[in-house]
Design a binder for this molecule. Structure first.
Ligand SMILES: Nc1ncnc2c1ncn2[C@@H]1O[C@H](COP(=O)(O)OP(=O)(O)OP(=O)(O)O)[C@@H](O)[C@H]1O
Length: 577
């Protein structure tokens, strides 16, 4: 692995970001060396002064000073661009790369991570890495390289004095490095506690209605309070622990001045060194220790970013769902052939599922709760990949097709409609971004959205609040159906589309749906037998296999699970309170 690749992996960088980081190291080193030039000038000035040989050298020192100033200005400018500017550009690239990656990662990944974890990776971890790349890492590397260069020149000047001045550096660095494991563990625990706290706050906000309805607000808030205190307590503890190591190492650095002065005094008294060398060592040592003090803090901070780097790297190096971007399907029949599937939890959900949802027909998936209906529709749209068997659309294996390309063939009406805090018009336009207003309104009318949209204060441009909080369940579903009309894809997946509706609404929506599904391949998940009685084919899923398959009439006569479910629902419909 090259240095560039190592940096890419270690600090979640793009290829250009890693290149820029190497450039930043070089520019910080040059800038640090240039900052040493005035010390060299001073050395020469004192040397000539003590030798009473300053006459005629005024011009040289004047030009030298101006040259030093110009060099310092130029190298500082280059360093600024190489560290700060490139870091902020890289930070933007990192965030978009993460977002892009999340778009392509299989949905199974999101089952393992919660929303707050991912949000904090994109926002907080990227911000930490921004500071690390712009300050801590280049400052540390630059300080180390320039220190090595100065150390070499000190050895040339006087090796005994050099040892007296430099022995503290490896010792203090070792102290901080040895604390690495403790710091990493503390950072990991801090992250876990923080996530629990963020999750708690998010959950509290999302469930405020249920908490109030159950009078459980106080109890919940107490639990949340405990989580917040745990974060606070651990943060103080880890700051203190870091401070002990860093302050200890910084104190050891100070001993270097003492040993330099002590040995220098002794050597000077013995006449082994002159005053100028003694003076130079004291000057260089104090100049050398300042950046080292900061570098020790930086080193501790970099060690603590390991947890964030690992979290970012986990997303960035996660396998994405790939495939061809051209469609080779002939027709739109969806065929499941001996499909087997288990979620990450490992339990087999589908054992061996085979059936065909034909183009121009409505195929209804039914069966007891947990039988795998939703899973089948997720696999059909490649939200997850099947582990066994084959799923094809018009003969084309969907595992070979890029998920976004495949999705152009599907319109999906989910059970839980997700709406955006935008106007009704824009919420429907999600179905097809390049649709004109007229096309959006035409699709919306087919889904009967005009019945509520036109009564609203701003008509189609009325804002509907966060996740459509200002709309009823029926209105939300009509928007979802309007999106599907607008997309007009040849395959329709309906997930309990009419589950939360009253009878009036359901009739309206059923009417819209029958227009939507005409001549398309339709796969519908429904619990209510009334919804599926008109289907062309019924697939009964139970215990991960197709338990029954056929036309509604055939299954009715067969007297199996379908017939039993239909009978039970008929009975339920007759219940009275
Ligand atoms: N994201 C997931 N991760 C792990 N297990 C899951 C996930 N989604 C569903 N399951 C499990 O897979 C099994 C099948 O679930 P699925 O939602 O496909 O059934 P279903 O027939 O649609 O159920 P229902 O009618 O209640 O909606 C269930 O045991 C469920 O707990």
């Amino acid at each position: 692995m090259t240095l560039k690749e190592k940096l890419q992996h270690r600090y979640a960088l793009s290829e250009k970001g890693a290149q820029d980081m190497i450039r930043a190291f070089i520019s910080v080193t040059i800038s640090d060396i240039v900052l040493m030039l005035p010390v060299g000038m001073l050395y020469m000035l004192v040397k000539y002064y003590m030798a009473d040989d300053l006459n005629g050298r005024g011009g040289f020192f004047a030009i030298g000073c101006i040259a030093c100033l110009i060099l310092i200005a130029v190298t500082t400018y280059i360093q600024y661009n190489a560290t700060f500017l490139n870091t902020y550009i890289e930070s933007g690239v990192r965030r978009t790369t993460l977002a892009e990656k999340l778009r392509k990662i299989p949905l199974s990944f999101f089952g393992k991570k919660d929303l707050s974890d991912l949000t904090s990776a994109i926002m907080a971890d990227c911000a930490t890495m921004e500071t690390a790349s712009s300050h801590w890492i280049p400052e540390l590397i630059g300080a180390c390289i320039s220190t090595v260069l100065v150390a070499v020149s000190l050895f040339f000047l006087n090796w005994r004095m050099a040892i007296a001045a430099l022995w503290v550096l490896p010792v203090s660095f070792l102290i901080v490095l040895c604390s690495g494991r403790v710091q990493k563990n503390m950072a990991a625990k801090q992250m876990t506690l923080k996530m629990a706290c963020v999750d708690g706050i998010q959950e509290c906000l999302e469930t405020v209605r249920d908490l109030r309805a159950n009078n459980s607000e106080d109890e919940y808030l107490k639990g949340l309070d405990d989580k917040i205190h745990a974060v606070e307590k651990h943060a103080i503890f880890s700051e203190l622990t870091t401070a002990v190591f860093v302050a200890g190492a910084q104190m050891i650095l100070k001993f270097g001045i003492a040993t330099t002065a002590l040995l220098g005094g002794m050597l000077l008294a013995k006449g082994d060194i002159d005053v100028l060398t003694f003076f130079m060592f004291l000057l260089l040592v104090s100049r050398l220790y300042d950046p080292m003090q900061i570098s020790l803090q930086n080193l501790a901070a970099i060690i603590a970013t390991d947890v964030q780097c690992e979290r970012l790297d986990e997303i960035l190096s996660h396998k994405v769902q790939k495939g061809k971007t051209e469609l080779t399907n002939k027709g739109y029949d969806i065929e499941f052939s001996h499909v087997g599937f288990a979620y990450d939890s490992g339990e087999t959900v589908l054992k061996d599922v085979s059936f065909t949802a034909k183009q121009g027909e409505v195929t209804a998936l039914i069966g007891p709760s947990g039988g795998g209906k939703t899973t089948v529709s997720r696999l059909a749209s490649r939200f997850w990949d099947a582990q066994k068997g084959r799923i094809t659309v018009g003969g084309m294996d969907i595992q070979n097709v890029d998920p976004e390309t495949l999705m152009s063939l599907y319109s999906i009406v989910f059970q839980d409609v997700t709406l955006f805090n935008n106007s009704i018009m824009e919420n429907i336009r999600i179905g097809r971004q390049d649709a004109t207003d007229e096309e959006v309104i035409a699709a919306a009318k087919l889904a009967h959205c005009d019945e509520f949209a036109e009564k609203m204060p701003n008509g189609w441009n009325t804002m509907i609040g966060e996740n459509g909080s200002e709309l009823s369940g029926g209105e939300r579903q009509r928007i979802s159906i309007a999106r599907a009309f607008l997309k007009d894809a040849p395959i329709i997946l309906l997930d309990e589309a009419t589950a939360s509706l009253d009878v009036d609404n359901e009739t309206v929506i059923q009417e819209s749906l029958s227009k939507l599904i005409r001549n398309k391949t339709v796969m519908i998940i429904a619990h209510r037998m009334r919804t599926v009685a008109e289907a062309d084919k019924i697939v009964v899923l139970k215990d991960g296999v197709v338990a029954e398959i056929g036309m509604p009439k055939e299954l009715e006569e067969k007297g199996g699970i379908y017939q039993h479910m239909a009978a039970v629902q008929m009975q339920a419909a007759g219940w009275q309170l």
